[in-house]
Design a protein around this ligand. Structure first.
Ligand SMILES: NC(=O)c1ccc[n+]([C@@H]2O[C@H](COP(=O)([O-])OP(=O)(O)OC[C@H]3O[C@@H](n4cnc5c(N)ncnc54)[C@H](O)[C@@H]3O)[C@@H](O)[C@H]2O)c1
Length: 242
């Protein structure tokens, strides 16, 4: 496949390595210093674009790909307020778009397990639920997009909870997310249900960025010639499980 990489930072570099390993051609690498080249992207040259930049530029970058009719996958976090709008455009105007707050296969399994556990814990109100997430100190957004997805999976299935807050404790109706920034940690997420008698943990710990990058490349392979909105559940066929 012919790929454009938009955002050549830590993730962009890791994705480039995996694309080459899997025999793909990288036709364009766009970062801040050659940003104007995004206007030259076209379907003759590029099958799929992979976007990992920052919360302020993701929306415009994805719209550029829509305008050029290039299916795009994005993993940029911290801008979810505008995600619904792009999702709607991709569906209404037949643009190929896949978004994931976390591309790791293990985390997407965790998302499915998290929803299942939440459905069970809905009948045990004595347990307070919290989410802990730890990431490297250069991460711009807090809490992580992954923690927000986990929180939403819990809120959708536990009747007594209706929102989340950035704090290390939960109240009766608000789920607390404790976000810690430390060293070079690629990403740790833990869901904790606690009663007076015991604690139940569900957790995932990334060993490196490679798992996210591989998931992004699998998603790009899935998106070739696709139109409409997709998620990692579609790539990994997890929809029927949770
Ligand atoms: N979804 C996932 O699985 C996953 C995994 C890891 C990181 N992330 C997210 O991906 C994003 C990137 O992470 P990173 O660690 O590579 O960050 P990074 O800071 O190392 O890289 C971001 C790159 O984007 C470039 N950039 C900024 N504005 C741009 C623009 N308008 N056009 C093109 N390039 C531009 C920057 O110069 C930089 O090189 C972050 O939002 C991070 O939270 C998501």
């Amino acid at each position: 496949m012919n790929i454009a990489i938009i955002g050549y930072g830590r993730m962009g570099h890791e994705i480039e390595r995996i694309l080459v390993d899997r025999g793909h051609q990288i036709k364009s690498i766009i970062d801040q210093d050659n940003f104007e080249e995004i206007h030259d992207l076209n379907t003759e040259q590029v099958d799929v674009a992979i976007e990992f930049t920052n919360p302020t530029s993701a929306y415009a970058n994805i719209l550029h790909c829509f305008n050029a009719n290039i299916p795009v996958i994005s993993g940029t976090t911290g801008w979810t307020d505008k995600l619904a709008k792009l999702k709607q455009i991709s569906i209404n105007e037949n643009k190929g778009f896949l978004y994931a707050s976390n591309f790791s296969v293990g985390v997407n399994v965790l998302f499915a397990l998290n929803k299942m556990l939440a459905k069970i814990m809905n009948t045990f109100p004595a347990y307070a639920v919290t989410i802990d997430e730890i990431h490297h100190t250069k991460k711009l957004d807090s809490p992580s997009g992954t923690a927000i997805t986990l929180a939403q999976g819990i809120i959708d299935n536990v009747d007594r909870l209706n929102s989340w807050t950035l704090a290390d404790h939960s109240t009766n109706d608000i789920l607390g997310i404790n976000a810690i920034r430390r060293g070079e940690v690629p990403g740790i997420h833990e869901i904790k249900y606690e009663s007076s008698f015991d604690t139940l943990h569900l957790s995932h710990s990334a060993k490196s960025r490679e798992g996210f990058a591989l998931g992004a490349v699998l998603a790009a392979e899935f998106m070739q010639n696709k139109i409409g909105f997709f998620e990692m559940n579609d790539v990994l066929q997890l929809n029927t499980i949770s």
